[in-house]
Ligand binder design. Structure first.
Ligand SMILES: *Cc1c(COP(=O)(O)O)cnc(C)c1O
Length: 446
């Protein structure tokens, strides 16, 4: 490999297809000890879905026990003054360190979808004369739904007797993709016009793993007078970034993926300090009020980022998330990124060597510089293959319609041996046609 020659974990040279080679890569992996920070309840289970629900960090168990037994059980409401009330900002600052945001610009609250709603509306309020929101067809559908809902909310409705003729209202526009893997970047320059209020994209695309050049696109949008809002759900914790330096306006992201916050752990949002006094949340709640315990009837927004809070936060989840961030901070994002590149390069190599004869193709960018920490494999039988892998082969990837098997390589706890064994198990399913035993009808969650 020529990439990142400075990295001990990527200095293994060209790959080889045997298991011993994977074991040798593990022997040189400086992040290998971090695996012991996580719970492995079933040692033979290979888990490649940490980009959807991260594994349980051992530190989170201790933290949850303390929070429940001591802080809730014994201290009761006194705990609000002993670290609960400030948790959304404190944990926000810790996440800020991972994304290049100085303190006071990130809070942890609500869900990613709700935070997109709050920040997209805040952004549009800064560009009232512009009516276009630009995203792409590769974005996570919930993000597209939220944007469509906003356009619907802000547009004059025929149901309310207003004429559509003179005012076309807000529209969501989509940058396309020819292959479902990479966006049509050549169209981006013309897609952002003097009518574009907001450009909002997922930094790493949820299906193909395509990684946008956040800095270049932010610059491009700004040159055209538009604001940017990045969704970091699939990049936070695995991709180094510098939101402050790159002058990003807004960002949101999820904490139960690579941040290992646990199911339903609250999301985060970032508002660049230079914009904070000029925007408010569209949802005015008491946690965002200047002096919530004065119980004044009129809303006055809190100074700074706190105005984007709404109401009481899920404190237990917030505290376990805080504990979960510790191993990531210790490992360091740069080292995590180097291992992620090596893992996905290795997976791309094994796809080519072991799986192309069975009709698989890589549905992710071939260039690791344009890829996050997961890859997708395309196969017409992707759904039934995924079922066989989960139910018989002790391998958990996930399925993304219509034909993608998605493999996530959370660098803190996925080993190269895991990757090799995963591909070996996929090959076994194909050799023995074990997927044929499963129905085409889909389960609710895959
Ligand atoms: C995971 C993910 C979400 C999740 O949204 P929730 O509101 O937390 O359920 C949103 N957007 C993207 C891009 C994601 O990857």
């Amino acid at each position: 490999m020529t990439l990142h020659d400075d990295s001990p974990s990527t200095s293994a040279g060209p790959f080889a297809p045997d298991h011993d080679f994977a074991l040798a890569l593990d022997a040189h992996d400086e992040l290998a000890p971090f695996r012991h920070h996580f719970v492995f309840a079933e040692p033979d289970l290979i888990y490649l879905d940490g980009n959807s629900l991260g594994r349980l960090p051992k530190a989170a168990i201790q933290r949850a026990r303390h929070a429940i037994e001591e802080e809730w059980g014994r201290d009761l409401i006194r705990s609000w003054n002993r670290g609960w009330w400030d948790a959304p900002l404190r944990v926000g600052d810790a996440i800020g360190e991972l994304i290049g945001a100085a303190p006071g610009q990130v809070i942890v609250s609500d869900t990613t979808s709700i935070n997109l709603y709050k920040l997209a509306l805040a952004a549009l309020s800064l560009r009232p004369e512009r009516k276009h929101i630009l995203t792409d067809t590769l974005n996570f559908p919930s993000d597209a739904y939220i944007l469509q809902g906003i356009a619907n909310l802000l547009s004059p409705s025929p149901l309310h007797g207003q004429s559509l003729g003179s005012d076309p209202g807000y529209t969501v526009q989509y940058l396309g993709s020819d292959d479902g893997i990479t966006p049509n970047l050549d169209q981006l320059t013309t897609a952002i016009t003097d009518q574009t209020a907001l450009v909002t994209l997922s930094h790493v695309v949820f299906k193909s793993g395509y990684l946008y050049d956040m800095r270049a696109i932010t610059e491009l949008a700004h040159r055209k007078g538009a604001l940017v809002l990045w969704d970091l759900s699939h990049s936070v914790g695995v991709i180094p970034m510098a939101l402050d330096d790159w002058q990003v306006d807004f960002a949101i992201g999820c904490t139960y993926k690579y941040l290992n916050g646990g199911p339903g752990s609250p999301a985060f949002l970032y508002v660049n300090r230079r914009l904070q006094d000029w925007v408010t949340s569209p949802i005015w709640g008491w946690w965002g009020q200047r002096a919530p315990f004065d119980f004044e009837l009129d809303y006055l927004p809190a100074p700074g980022i706190r105005r984007f809070l709404v109401g009481t936060q899920p404190i237990l989840s917030l505290l376990t998330l805080e504990a979960a961030l510790e191993p990531i901070r210790q490992a360091g994002i740069e080292r995590i990124r180097r291992k992620a590149i090596c893992l996905t390069e290795y997976a791309a190599y094994l796809t080519e060597h072991l799986l192309t004869p069975f009709g698989f193709s890589l549905a992710s960018p071939r260039d690791p510089a344009r890829r996050g920490a997961h890859i997708s494999l395309r196969h017409p039988e992707a759904y039934r293959i995924t079922r066989a892998l989960i139910e018989e082969m002790r391998l958990i990837p996930d399925f993304r319609a219509p034909d993608n098997i998605r493999l996530g390589f959370a660098p803190l706890y996925v080993s190269f041996s895991d990757v090799w064994q995963a591909f070996d198990r996929i090959r076994t399913v194909m050799l023995k046609k074990r997927y044929q035993a499963y129905p085409h009808a889909r389960l609710t969650v895959t």
